[in-house]
Ligand binder design. Structure first.
Ligand code: GTP
Length: 256
């Protein structure tokens, strides 16, 4: 969609896109590069960084949690190691939820897209109230991306496992979720399809029944959604990603 077509669409718009994914899945890089891609098309884009451990960002955040605390500060202040400090950072983030959510509301009025870059440790995000409460505050306009990085996909079971993580995000946050395969430049084209076929044939091994059951749940969910492959290096798939963001909130399209 061009910026003109986008603006002429009458449906509810302004999407707050929360980006989830395992550590190193490419969240920050994708937010930076995809945000730049949208800006080049004259869309206005805002960024919210919730990761207190990140050292540098490829975008200029409109809200940056590091202005309140950083991982290193927390380690020093509370005498904690990195893991304890990460848990503590979630408690501190919980105290900031009201402030972040009113900032998001303001950004939502001013920008076409608002991206929320989440902390690297997905299990903290999932099990702690901070991000859950924040997402609840903008649920009607929110959309989650779950990043599945190509370099973590080596065996068929990896695909099942990463999709189960996506399912956990879907269950935890009650907003539409789109699974995105990142770092697509590292894959040969048919690799994921071959993995999917292997999963469908059965994987063998000790817990075959369990894995088969899980794979079939994931398969049912995946069939409802096309697979989007993107690369923040080559920008492959950015047009598909943009289309799907639009379709999720627009009655002119649908997710399937
Ligand atoms: P944490 O928040 O620290 O867990 O990381 P993240 O999920 O924000 O990932 P980040 O953007 O820091 O990227 C992790 C690594 O993957 C970096 O070395 C990036 O350069 C690399 N990377 C990110 N996107 C791509 C991509 O599309 N292709 C390739 N080849 N590498 C990528």
């Amino acid at each position: 969609l061009s910026a003109g077509e986008f603006l002429s669409c009458w449906c509810l718009w302004v999407v707050i896109v929360v980006v989830f994914g395992p550590a190193g899945s490419g969240k920050t890089t994708l937010v930076g590069e995809f945000g730049r891609y949208l800006s080049e098309q004259e869309f206005s884009v805002a960024y919210v960084n919730l990761d207190c451990a990140v050292e540098s960002l490829p975008y200029r955040p409109n809200f940056d949690v590091r202005n309140y605390f950083t991982l290193v500060d927390i380690m020093r202040r509370f005498g904690l190691g990195p893991n304890g400090a990460l848990v503590k950072s979630m408690e501190l983030l919980l105290d900031l939820v009201g402030e972040v959510s009113s900032k998001l509301e303001k950004l939502g009025l001013l920008y076409d897209y608002v991206f929320v870059d989440t902390p690297g440790q997905l299990e903290l995000t999932l099990f702690h109230d901070a991000v859950v409460k924040l997402v609840e505050s903008f649920a009607r306009r929110g959309l989650a991306l779950f990043l599945t990085p190509a370099d973590m996909l080596k065996r068929p079971r990896d695909l099942v496992f990463l999709n189960l993580m996506a399912l956990a995000v879907r269950v935890r946050f009650e907003i539409p979720l789109v699974t995105v395969l990142t770092k697509a430049d590292l894959l040969d084209r048919e690799f994921v399809e071959r993995l999917r076929a292997r999963v469908a044939q059965g994987l063998g091994g000790l817990e075959e029944d369990l894995v088969a059951e899980l794979a079939s749940i994931v398969d049912r969910l995946e069939k409802k959604q096309r697979l989007i492959k993107v690369s923040a290096i080559t920008r492959e798939g950015f047009d598909d990603l943009q289309t799907i963001l639009h379709e999720v909130f627009c009655t002119c399209g649908e997710l399937t």
